[in-house]
Design a protein around this ligand. Structure first.
Ligand code: ZN
Ligand code: ZN
Length: 291
């Protein structure tokens, strides 16, 4: 019975793992589609403002900005997934082994400082930051640049979509702040099920809500990791208040984003080789926790 239950659990777990990524992909493409629709057919939404019709150039600039952000999100996400941050295929040991090295009993190998074992990926990861549940992969030394750039463009894309959808809120609320309009904005699903709103109004209200919630969530993640990158810390080191590997603002940027840190965030295809090997780090502060 126990083995049957564990088999069922393993199958459910395997089925559920790609769900966050599938949901994320659907949301990113739905939001881009809705904002493109707003730009092409609806902008400005309010009939009173139709006299300020957007020019073809202005619409083209909006579409270009949207697809630039979408392209960056998708390409960075793919490169993040394709770039394994693990110790697989990496020669560990030799003369570099010294202070800070540990032994992983699961991987049966010595591992360098800042490397730790991920029980989801079932492997040790170089300069491991955390396991990202949305991508189902660890964030580590080699793929940190793609993770941060993806977050940057998700953040800017959601900010843009929230501003574009602000007009949806204004149109809905223009008839007055009624119970109906407030409920439509707060719980559009309930309004759809109860038949008190058209499918079109529901779709707009739902996507506008998703943009606001998504923007707040992504803002928290993005700024947290931005601060970590500037401080030269991993999430684990931040918890223990240690900053033993901080190389100053410029040095930390170079170590996280590569030698072309000032340019590489614009496009994931811009080569930006990382200094160092992910195993040897210059120690600039106390290694023990100060807490
Ligand atoms: Zn391990
Ligand atoms: Zn992992």
């Amino acid at each position: 019975m126990t083995s049957f239950a564990s088999q069922v659990f393993a199958r459910v777990d395997r089925f559920c793992r790609p769900l966050p990524m599938v949901l994320n992909t659907v949301l990113v493409f739905s939001i881009t589609g809705e904002v493109s629709y707003l730009v092409l057919l609806e902008a400005p939404l309010d009939a009173d403002q139709k006299k300020t019709v957007w020019s073809a150039w202005w619409k083209a600039a909006h579409l270009l900005a949207q697809y630039f952000m979408l392209g960056n999100i998708c390409w960075n996400a793919l490169l993040f997934l394709w770039t394994s941050p693990s110790i697989k295929g990496v020669f560990l040991g030799g003369e570099g082994m010294g202070q800070g090295w540990r032994y992983c009993y699961t991987c049966e190998t010595h591992t360098p400082p800042r490397c730790s074992h991920c029980y989801d990926c079932n492997v040790c990861v170089l300069r491991r930051d955390h396991h990202c549940v949305f991508f189902g992969q660890c964030v580590g030394f080699r793929n940190y640049r793609y993770f941060l750039s993806c977050l940057l463009f998700m953040w800017s894309g959601l900010l843009y979509a929230t501003l574009m959808n602000a007009e949806v809120f204004l149109v809905i609320l223009k008839e007055g702040v009624t119970v109906h309009s407030v409920l439509l904005l707060l719980i559009p699903w309930l309004m759809l099920v109860s038949g008190q709103v058209s499918a079109r109004a529901f779709a707009f209200a739902f996507i506008a809500d998703t943009c606001v919630v998504g923007f707040l969530l992504v803002s928290a993640f993005f700024f947290f990791h931005l601060v970590l990158m500037l401080r030269g810390q991993t999430t684990r080191e931040w918890y223990s208040t240690r900053r033993p590997y901080s190389l100053g603002l410029r040095g930390n940027l170079r170590h996280a984003l590569g030698l072309r840190w000032y340019l590489c965030w614009l496009c994931p295809l811009i080569p930006s080789p990382l200094p160092g090997d992910g195993m040897n780090f210059e120690v600039t502060g106390p290694l023990e926790s100060t807490r």
